[in-house]
Design a protein around this ligand. Sequence first.
Ligand code: SF4
Length: 453
Amino acid sequence: MPRINNETDLEYKRRVIDIKSDSFCGAKWYNATIWLGSGQTTSCHHPLPHAIDAEEIKHNPKALHNTQKKKMEREQMQKGERPSGCEYCWKIEDIGRENISDRVYKTVIYTDKDLETAYAKPASNDVDLRTLEIAFDRTCNFGCSYCNPAFSSTWVKDIDTNGPFTGLTSDGRNHFTHSHGSSQLYKFGEYNPYVEAFFKWWETDLHRSLLELRLTGGEPLMSGDTWKLLEWFKNNDNRVNPDMRFAMNSNLGAKDDLIDRLIEASHSLKHFHLYTSNESMSQQSEYIRDGLVWDTWANNVEKVLTNGRIEGFHMMCTINALCLDSLDSFLDCCLNWKREYGKDFPTFSLNILRFPSFQSPLVLPDDIRNTYKLKLQAWFNANKNDPMLHQFELNQLQRLIDYLDVVKTPHMGAAEQSVLQQDFKKFFTQYDQRRGKNFIETFPSLVEWYNSI
Ligand code: SF4
Protein backbone atom coordinates (compact mmCIF):
# COMPACT_ATOMS: atom_id res chain seq x y z
CA MET A 1 0.00 0.00 0.00
CA PRO A 2 1.16 3.54 -0.74
CA ARG A 3 1.37 4.59 2.94
CA ILE A 4 3.89 2.83 5.15
CA ASN A 5 3.69 2.24 8.91
CA ASN A 6 0.46 4.22 9.32
CA GLU A 7 2.29 7.40 8.40
CA THR A 8 0.33 10.64 8.63
CA ASP A 9 -0.61 12.75 5.62
CA LEU A 10 2.30 15.06 6.39
CA GLU A 11 4.79 12.22 6.77
CA TYR A 12 3.62 10.71 3.49
CA LYS A 13 3.88 14.09 1.77
CA ARG A 14 7.46 14.55 2.97
CA ARG A 15 8.54 11.02 2.07
CA VAL A 16 6.95 10.71 -1.37
CA ILE A 17 5.91 14.11 -2.73
CA ASP A 18 8.29 16.73 -1.34
CA ILE A 19 11.41 14.82 -2.39
CA LYS A 20 10.23 15.16 -5.97
CA SER A 21 9.22 18.81 -6.03
CA ASP A 22 7.22 21.51 -4.26
CA SER A 23 4.23 21.11 -6.57
CA PHE A 24 4.16 17.45 -7.70
CA CYS A 25 0.70 15.83 -7.92
CA GLY A 26 0.03 12.27 -9.11
CA ALA A 27 -3.40 13.24 -10.50
CA LYS A 28 -1.76 15.21 -13.31
CA TRP A 29 -0.39 11.93 -14.67
CA TYR A 30 -2.76 9.18 -13.60
CA ASN A 31 -6.24 10.66 -13.12
CA ALA A 32 -8.67 12.28 -15.54
CA THR A 33 -12.25 13.21 -16.13
CA ILE A 34 -13.01 13.14 -19.84
CA TRP A 35 -16.23 14.44 -21.40
CA LEU A 36 -16.41 12.75 -24.78
CA GLY A 37 -19.51 14.69 -25.84
CA SER A 38 -17.73 18.04 -25.58
CA GLY A 39 -14.14 16.82 -26.19
CA GLN A 40 -12.83 18.19 -22.90
CA THR A 41 -10.75 16.91 -20.02
CA THR A 42 -9.29 17.88 -16.67
CA SER A 43 -6.96 16.16 -14.18
CA CYS A 44 -9.21 16.36 -11.14
CA HIS A 45 -12.42 18.27 -10.50
CA HIS A 46 -10.63 21.46 -9.41
CA PRO A 47 -8.95 22.81 -12.59
CA LEU A 48 -11.35 24.00 -15.30
CA PRO A 49 -11.82 21.57 -18.20
CA HIS A 50 -9.83 22.24 -21.37
CA ALA A 51 -10.23 21.16 -24.99
CA ILE A 52 -8.75 17.93 -26.37
CA ASP A 53 -7.14 18.26 -29.82
CA ALA A 54 -9.53 16.43 -32.19
CA GLU A 55 -6.77 16.03 -34.84
CA GLU A 56 -4.14 14.67 -32.47
CA ILE A 57 -6.40 11.89 -31.14
CA LYS A 58 -6.90 10.55 -34.67
CA HIS A 59 -3.33 9.20 -34.70
CA ASN A 60 -2.79 9.08 -30.92
CA PRO A 61 -5.86 8.16 -28.80
CA LYS A 62 -3.80 8.67 -25.63
CA ALA A 63 -3.97 12.41 -26.32
CA LEU A 64 -7.51 12.22 -24.90
CA HIS A 65 -5.75 12.57 -21.56
CA ASN A 66 -2.15 13.43 -22.51
CA THR A 67 -3.02 16.86 -23.91
CA GLN A 68 -0.30 19.42 -24.62
CA LYS A 69 -1.65 21.49 -21.73
CA LYS A 70 -1.33 18.65 -19.20
CA LYS A 71 2.18 17.91 -20.48
CA MET A 72 3.20 21.52 -19.90
CA GLU A 73 1.71 21.36 -16.41
CA ARG A 74 3.57 18.12 -15.66
CA GLU A 75 6.80 19.79 -16.66
CA GLN A 76 5.99 22.67 -14.32
CA MET A 77 5.31 20.20 -11.51
CA GLN A 78 8.58 18.38 -12.15
CA LYS A 79 10.38 21.72 -11.74
CA GLY A 80 8.42 22.67 -8.64
CA GLU A 81 6.44 25.39 -10.41
CA ARG A 82 2.72 25.75 -9.81
CA PRO A 83 0.25 25.29 -12.71
CA SER A 84 -2.27 28.12 -12.36
CA GLY A 85 -5.28 25.81 -12.92
CA CYS A 86 -4.46 24.03 -9.64
CA GLU A 87 -5.07 27.21 -7.67
CA TYR A 88 -7.45 25.34 -5.35
CA CYS A 89 -4.54 23.40 -3.86
CA TRP A 90 -2.09 26.31 -3.75
CA LYS A 91 -4.59 28.43 -1.82
CA ILE A 92 -4.90 25.75 0.86
CA GLU A 93 -1.14 25.26 1.07
CA ASP A 94 -0.49 28.99 1.33
CA ILE A 95 -2.60 29.19 4.48
CA GLY A 96 0.19 27.40 6.33
CA ARG A 97 3.32 25.45 5.49
CA GLU A 98 2.03 22.17 6.81
CA ASN A 99 -1.46 22.41 5.33
CA ILE A 100 -2.49 19.33 3.41
CA SER A 101 -4.20 20.06 0.11
CA ASP A 102 -6.02 17.68 -2.22
CA ARG A 103 -2.85 16.94 -4.16
CA VAL A 104 -1.73 14.73 -1.27
CA TYR A 105 -5.02 12.80 -1.21
CA LYS A 106 -5.02 12.52 -4.99
CA THR A 107 -1.44 11.26 -5.03
CA VAL A 108 -1.49 8.76 -2.18
CA ILE A 109 -3.77 6.38 -4.09
CA TYR A 110 -1.00 5.52 -6.57
CA THR A 111 2.01 3.31 -5.85
CA ASP A 112 5.36 4.84 -5.00
CA LYS A 113 6.76 3.15 -8.09
CA ASP A 114 4.17 4.68 -10.43
CA LEU A 115 4.85 8.08 -8.92
CA GLU A 116 8.60 7.71 -9.34
CA THR A 117 8.06 6.73 -12.98
CA ALA A 118 5.85 9.77 -13.53
CA TYR A 119 8.39 12.10 -11.99
CA ALA A 120 11.35 10.64 -13.87
CA LYS A 121 9.77 10.41 -17.31
CA PRO A 122 10.16 13.29 -19.74
CA ALA A 123 6.99 15.38 -19.45
CA SER A 124 6.41 14.97 -23.17
CA ASN A 125 5.80 11.20 -22.76
CA ASP A 126 2.29 9.77 -22.75
CA VAL A 127 1.13 7.89 -19.67
CA ASP A 128 -1.70 5.41 -19.23
CA LEU A 129 -4.40 6.34 -16.75
CA ARG A 130 -4.98 4.56 -13.46
CA THR A 131 -8.27 6.26 -12.51
CA LEU A 132 -10.74 7.66 -15.01
CA GLU A 133 -14.17 9.23 -14.92
CA ILE A 134 -15.83 9.39 -18.29
CA ALA A 135 -19.07 10.74 -19.74
CA PHE A 136 -20.11 9.58 -23.20
CA ASP A 137 -22.85 12.19 -23.63
CA ARG A 138 -25.45 14.25 -21.75
CA THR A 139 -28.53 12.23 -22.69
CA CYS A 140 -30.66 12.06 -19.54
CA ASN A 141 -34.33 11.36 -18.79
CA PHE A 142 -34.25 13.58 -15.68
CA GLY A 143 -34.08 17.38 -15.43
CA CYS A 144 -33.32 17.91 -11.73
CA SER A 145 -33.84 21.43 -10.41
CA TYR A 146 -30.18 21.84 -9.41
CA CYS A 147 -28.79 20.43 -12.68
CA ASN A 148 -28.56 22.34 -15.98
CA PRO A 149 -28.43 21.81 -19.77
CA ALA A 150 -24.68 21.05 -19.77
CA PHE A 151 -25.44 17.69 -18.12
CA SER A 152 -29.00 16.81 -19.13
CA SER A 153 -30.78 16.61 -22.48
CA THR A 154 -34.11 17.00 -20.62
CA TRP A 155 -32.87 20.39 -19.44
CA VAL A 156 -31.85 21.21 -23.06
CA LYS A 157 -35.39 20.37 -24.20
CA ASP A 158 -36.85 22.64 -21.52
CA ILE A 159 -34.71 25.61 -22.58
CA ASP A 160 -35.26 24.96 -26.32
CA THR A 161 -39.03 24.67 -25.83
CA ASN A 162 -39.71 27.31 -23.19
CA GLY A 163 -36.82 29.71 -23.72
CA PRO A 164 -34.38 30.91 -21.08
CA PHE A 165 -35.27 31.27 -17.39
CA THR A 166 -35.66 34.99 -16.83
CA GLY A 167 -34.85 37.42 -14.06
CA LEU A 168 -32.23 35.34 -12.20
CA THR A 169 -29.59 37.78 -11.02
CA SER A 170 -27.35 35.35 -9.11
CA ASP A 171 -26.90 32.92 -12.03
CA GLY A 172 -23.60 34.52 -13.04
CA ARG A 173 -22.59 31.59 -15.21
CA ASN A 174 -25.88 31.65 -17.10
CA HIS A 175 -26.65 27.99 -16.46
CA PHE A 176 -30.38 28.41 -17.09
CA THR A 177 -30.45 30.79 -20.04
CA HIS A 178 -29.14 28.72 -22.94
CA SER A 179 -28.84 25.10 -24.01
CA HIS A 180 -25.03 24.79 -23.67
CA GLY A 181 -24.48 23.55 -27.24
CA SER A 182 -20.74 23.23 -26.61
CA SER A 183 -21.42 20.43 -24.10
CA GLN A 184 -22.58 18.13 -26.89
CA LEU A 185 -20.75 18.68 -30.16
CA TYR A 186 -22.32 15.71 -31.97
CA LYS A 187 -25.93 14.69 -32.46
CA PHE A 188 -27.31 11.34 -31.35
CA GLY A 189 -25.86 8.61 -33.59
CA GLU A 190 -23.39 10.99 -35.28
CA TYR A 191 -19.70 10.00 -35.59
CA ASN A 192 -17.77 11.33 -32.57
CA PRO A 193 -13.94 11.20 -32.88
CA TYR A 194 -13.51 11.39 -29.11
CA VAL A 195 -15.63 8.30 -28.51
CA GLU A 196 -13.77 6.49 -31.29
CA ALA A 197 -10.41 7.40 -29.71
CA PHE A 198 -11.62 6.22 -26.30
CA PHE A 199 -12.52 2.75 -27.58
CA LYS A 200 -9.18 2.49 -29.44
CA TRP A 201 -7.24 3.38 -26.30
CA TRP A 202 -9.45 1.11 -24.23
CA GLU A 203 -8.73 -1.84 -26.51
CA THR A 204 -4.94 -1.34 -26.59
CA ASP A 205 -4.00 -0.25 -23.06
CA LEU A 206 -6.69 1.26 -20.86
CA HIS A 207 -8.42 -2.00 -19.99
CA ARG A 208 -5.12 -3.16 -18.47
CA SER A 209 -3.87 0.00 -16.79
CA LEU A 210 -7.03 1.25 -15.08
CA LEU A 211 -7.63 0.58 -11.40
CA GLU A 212 -10.95 2.40 -11.51
CA LEU A 213 -13.28 3.38 -14.31
CA ARG A 214 -16.32 5.45 -13.47
CA LEU A 215 -19.10 6.15 -15.98
CA THR A 216 -21.14 9.27 -15.52
CA GLY A 217 -23.41 11.30 -17.75
CA GLY A 218 -26.13 12.36 -18.44
CA GLU A 219 -27.64 9.01 -17.64
CA PRO A 220 -25.16 6.32 -18.75
CA LEU A 221 -27.89 3.70 -19.23
CA MET A 222 -29.29 5.84 -22.07
CA SER A 223 -26.03 5.91 -24.01
CA GLY A 224 -25.37 3.24 -26.63
CA ASP A 225 -21.65 3.52 -25.86
CA THR A 226 -22.25 2.33 -22.29
CA TRP A 227 -23.76 -0.87 -23.64
CA LYS A 228 -20.89 -1.26 -26.10
CA LEU A 229 -18.46 -1.08 -23.19
CA LEU A 230 -20.49 -3.51 -21.05
CA GLU A 231 -20.60 -5.90 -24.00
CA TRP A 232 -16.80 -5.69 -24.15
CA PHE A 233 -16.57 -6.76 -20.49
CA LYS A 234 -18.88 -9.70 -21.18
CA ASN A 235 -16.78 -10.91 -24.11
CA ASN A 236 -13.33 -10.27 -22.65
CA ASP A 237 -13.50 -11.64 -19.17
CA ASN A 238 -9.95 -13.02 -19.29
CA ARG A 239 -8.41 -9.73 -20.47
CA VAL A 240 -9.80 -7.40 -17.80
CA ASN A 241 -7.52 -6.23 -15.03
CA PRO A 242 -8.92 -8.45 -12.23
CA ASP A 243 -8.56 -5.63 -9.68
CA MET A 244 -10.31 -2.97 -11.73
CA ARG A 245 -13.23 -1.30 -9.97
CA PHE A 246 -16.00 -0.45 -12.41
CA ALA A 247 -18.37 2.21 -11.13
CA MET A 248 -21.45 3.80 -12.66
CA ASN A 249 -23.59 6.77 -11.69
CA SER A 250 -27.21 6.04 -12.62
CA ASN A 251 -30.41 7.82 -11.69
CA LEU A 252 -32.10 4.37 -11.70
CA GLY A 253 -35.10 5.86 -13.45
CA ALA A 254 -34.54 4.15 -16.80
CA LYS A 255 -37.10 1.87 -18.42
CA ASP A 256 -37.47 -1.70 -17.14
CA ASP A 257 -35.62 -3.29 -20.05
CA LEU A 258 -32.54 -1.11 -19.41
CA ILE A 259 -32.55 -1.90 -15.68
CA ASP A 260 -32.82 -5.59 -16.56
CA ARG A 261 -29.90 -5.27 -18.98
CA LEU A 262 -27.83 -3.57 -16.28
CA ILE A 263 -28.57 -6.41 -13.85
CA GLU A 264 -27.53 -8.95 -16.45
CA ALA A 265 -24.37 -7.02 -17.32
CA SER A 266 -23.40 -6.72 -13.64
CA HIS A 267 -22.78 -10.47 -13.57
CA SER A 268 -19.87 -10.01 -16.01
CA LEU A 269 -18.23 -7.37 -13.81
CA LYS A 270 -15.85 -8.36 -11.04
CA HIS A 271 -15.97 -5.25 -8.85
CA PHE A 272 -19.10 -3.31 -9.75
CA HIS A 273 -20.06 -0.23 -7.71
CA LEU A 274 -23.37 1.45 -8.44
CA TYR A 275 -23.96 5.07 -7.42
CA THR A 276 -27.40 6.62 -7.45
CA SER A 277 -28.80 9.92 -6.18
CA ASN A 278 -31.71 11.02 -4.08
CA GLU A 279 -32.16 12.99 -0.89
CA SER A 280 -35.88 13.36 -0.14
CA MET A 281 -39.09 11.33 -0.09
CA SER A 282 -41.98 10.65 -2.42
CA GLN A 283 -43.54 13.67 -4.13
CA GLN A 284 -40.80 15.97 -2.80
CA SER A 285 -38.16 13.89 -4.56
CA GLU A 286 -40.33 13.86 -7.71
CA TYR A 287 -40.44 17.66 -7.51
CA ILE A 288 -36.70 18.17 -7.01
CA ARG A 289 -35.51 15.41 -9.35
CA ASP A 290 -37.90 16.07 -12.24
CA GLY A 291 -38.43 12.82 -14.14
CA LEU A 292 -38.14 10.60 -11.07
CA VAL A 293 -41.17 8.51 -10.12
CA TRP A 294 -40.68 7.51 -6.49
CA ASP A 295 -42.23 4.03 -6.67
CA THR A 296 -40.33 3.14 -9.84
CA TRP A 297 -37.07 4.42 -8.42
CA ALA A 298 -37.48 2.62 -5.07
CA ASN A 299 -38.47 -0.59 -6.88
CA ASN A 300 -35.41 -0.31 -9.09
CA VAL A 301 -33.16 0.11 -6.05
CA GLU A 302 -34.56 -3.11 -4.62
CA LYS A 303 -34.43 -4.88 -7.96
CA VAL A 304 -30.73 -4.18 -8.56
CA LEU A 305 -29.86 -5.03 -4.96
CA THR A 306 -31.78 -8.30 -5.12
CA ASN A 307 -30.73 -9.46 -8.57
CA GLY A 308 -27.50 -7.68 -9.49
CA ARG A 309 -23.92 -8.63 -8.69
CA ILE A 310 -22.93 -5.47 -6.88
CA GLU A 311 -19.91 -4.96 -4.66
CA GLY A 312 -20.96 -1.54 -3.38
CA PHE A 313 -24.14 0.55 -3.64
CA HIS A 314 -23.83 4.24 -2.86
CA MET A 315 -26.49 6.87 -2.31
CA MET A 316 -25.26 10.35 -3.19
CA CYS A 317 -27.47 12.93 -1.47
CA THR A 318 -27.23 16.47 -2.83
CA ILE A 319 -28.24 18.59 0.13
CA ASN A 320 -30.30 21.49 -1.17
CA ALA A 321 -32.85 23.84 0.39
CA LEU A 322 -35.86 21.68 -0.50
CA CYS A 323 -34.72 18.21 0.53
CA LEU A 324 -34.27 19.12 4.21
CA ASP A 325 -38.01 18.80 4.78
CA SER A 326 -37.93 15.01 4.35
CA LEU A 327 -34.22 14.15 4.57
CA ASP A 328 -34.72 12.43 7.95
CA SER A 329 -37.41 10.15 6.48
CA PHE A 330 -35.15 9.48 3.51
CA LEU A 331 -32.34 8.43 5.87
CA ASP A 332 -34.84 6.07 7.54
CA CYS A 333 -35.49 4.60 4.13
CA CYS A 334 -31.73 4.08 3.56
CA LEU A 335 -31.45 2.50 7.01
CA ASN A 336 -34.26 0.08 6.20
CA TRP A 337 -32.47 -0.95 3.01
CA LYS A 338 -29.27 -1.48 4.97
CA ARG A 339 -31.16 -3.77 7.36
CA GLU A 340 -32.49 -5.76 4.45
CA TYR A 341 -29.43 -5.87 2.15
CA GLY A 342 -26.46 -5.18 4.45
CA LYS A 343 -24.52 -2.29 5.92
CA ASP A 344 -23.01 -1.23 2.58
CA PHE A 345 -26.25 -1.40 0.60
CA PRO A 346 -26.48 1.53 0.49
CA THR A 347 -23.78 3.67 2.03
CA PHE A 348 -24.77 7.32 1.87
CA SER A 349 -22.90 10.60 1.44
CA LEU A 350 -24.34 14.05 2.18
CA ASN A 351 -22.89 16.54 -0.27
CA ILE A 352 -23.90 20.11 0.48
CA LEU A 353 -24.98 21.95 -2.67
CA ARG A 354 -23.19 25.24 -3.23
CA PHE A 355 -24.31 26.08 -6.78
CA PRO A 356 -26.81 27.12 -7.99
CA SER A 357 -26.49 29.14 -4.81
CA PHE A 358 -30.20 30.09 -4.75
CA GLN A 359 -30.99 26.41 -4.13
CA SER A 360 -28.41 25.98 -1.36
CA PRO A 361 -29.67 25.41 2.22
CA LEU A 362 -28.32 28.89 3.03
CA VAL A 363 -31.22 30.46 1.15
CA LEU A 364 -33.57 29.40 3.97
CA PRO A 365 -34.41 31.86 6.76
CA ASP A 366 -32.92 31.11 10.21
CA ASP A 367 -36.11 29.74 11.83
CA ILE A 368 -36.78 27.17 9.09
CA ARG A 369 -33.13 26.15 8.91
CA ASN A 370 -33.14 25.73 12.67
CA THR A 371 -36.25 23.51 12.56
CA TYR A 372 -34.57 21.28 9.98
CA LYS A 373 -31.39 21.19 12.02
CA LEU A 374 -33.33 20.01 15.09
CA LYS A 375 -35.05 17.28 13.03
CA LEU A 376 -31.67 16.00 11.85
CA GLN A 377 -30.21 16.24 15.33
CA ALA A 378 -33.12 14.13 16.61
CA TRP A 379 -32.46 11.54 13.88
CA PHE A 380 -28.76 11.52 14.76
CA ASN A 381 -29.47 11.01 18.48
CA ALA A 382 -31.98 8.25 17.82
CA ASN A 383 -29.74 6.32 15.43
CA LYS A 384 -26.13 7.08 16.36
CA ASN A 385 -25.61 3.67 17.94
CA ASP A 386 -27.20 1.71 15.13
CA PRO A 387 -24.62 -0.86 13.96
CA MET A 388 -25.82 -0.43 10.38
CA LEU A 389 -24.38 3.09 10.22
CA HIS A 390 -20.76 3.72 9.31
CA GLN A 391 -18.77 6.28 11.27
CA PHE A 392 -18.21 8.29 8.08
CA GLU A 393 -21.98 8.50 7.56
CA LEU A 394 -22.48 9.81 11.09
CA ASN A 395 -19.61 12.26 10.55
CA GLN A 396 -21.28 13.61 7.42
CA LEU A 397 -24.57 14.01 9.24
CA GLN A 398 -22.86 15.82 12.11
CA ARG A 399 -21.09 18.06 9.59
CA LEU A 400 -24.45 18.93 7.99
CA ILE A 401 -26.01 19.69 11.39
CA ASP A 402 -23.06 21.97 12.21
CA TYR A 403 -23.32 23.61 8.82
CA LEU A 404 -27.02 24.38 9.32
CA ASP A 405 -26.19 25.73 12.76
CA VAL A 406 -23.14 27.81 12.06
CA VAL A 407 -22.88 28.84 8.42
CA LYS A 408 -25.14 31.83 8.04
CA THR A 409 -23.77 33.69 5.07
CA PRO A 410 -23.73 32.52 1.44
CA HIS A 411 -20.55 31.00 0.01
CA MET A 412 -17.78 33.01 -1.55
CA GLY A 413 -18.83 34.00 -5.05
CA ALA A 414 -22.55 33.80 -4.20
CA ALA A 415 -24.87 36.78 -3.92
CA GLU A 416 -26.29 37.93 -0.57
CA GLN A 417 -29.19 35.99 0.95
CA SER A 418 -32.01 38.39 0.00
CA VAL A 419 -30.92 38.24 -3.65
CA LEU A 420 -30.74 34.44 -3.49
CA GLN A 421 -34.23 34.30 -1.99
CA GLN A 422 -35.60 36.42 -4.82
CA ASP A 423 -33.98 34.09 -7.34
CA PHE A 424 -35.31 31.06 -5.46
CA LYS A 425 -38.87 32.35 -5.89
CA LYS A 426 -38.35 33.41 -9.52
CA PHE A 427 -36.78 30.08 -10.41
CA PHE A 428 -39.38 27.82 -8.81
CA THR A 429 -42.29 29.92 -10.11
CA GLN A 430 -41.00 29.31 -13.65
CA TYR A 431 -40.05 25.69 -12.87
CA ASP A 432 -43.67 25.00 -11.81
CA GLN A 433 -45.01 26.40 -15.07
CA ARG A 434 -42.51 24.63 -17.31
CA ARG A 435 -42.59 21.26 -15.60
CA GLY A 436 -46.25 21.10 -14.50
CA LYS A 437 -45.37 21.15 -10.80
CA ASN A 438 -46.76 22.84 -7.70
CA PHE A 439 -44.37 24.18 -5.08
CA ILE A 440 -47.12 25.24 -2.68
CA GLU A 441 -48.74 21.80 -2.56
CA THR A 442 -45.42 19.93 -2.37
CA PHE A 443 -43.73 21.91 0.41
CA PRO A 444 -46.48 23.03 2.84
CA SER A 445 -43.99 23.86 5.58
CA LEU A 446 -42.26 26.40 3.29
CA VAL A 447 -45.42 28.08 1.99
CA GLU A 448 -45.61 30.96 4.46
CA TRP A 449 -42.00 31.93 3.81
CA TYR A 450 -42.30 31.35 0.04
CA ASN A 451 -45.36 33.59 -0.22
CA SER A 452 -43.60 36.30 1.78
CA ILE A 453 -40.68 36.61 -0.67
S1 SF4 B 1 -2.57 19.87 -7.71
FE1 SF4 B 1 -4.62 19.90 -6.78
S2 SF4 B 1 -5.95 20.86 -8.33
FE2 SF4 B 1 -4.05 20.19 -9.37
S3 SF4 B 1 -4.53 18.20 -10.21
FE3 SF4 B 1 -3.58 17.90 -8.19
S4 SF4 B 1 -5.29 17.77 -6.76
FE4 SF4 B 1 -6.09 18.65 -8.65
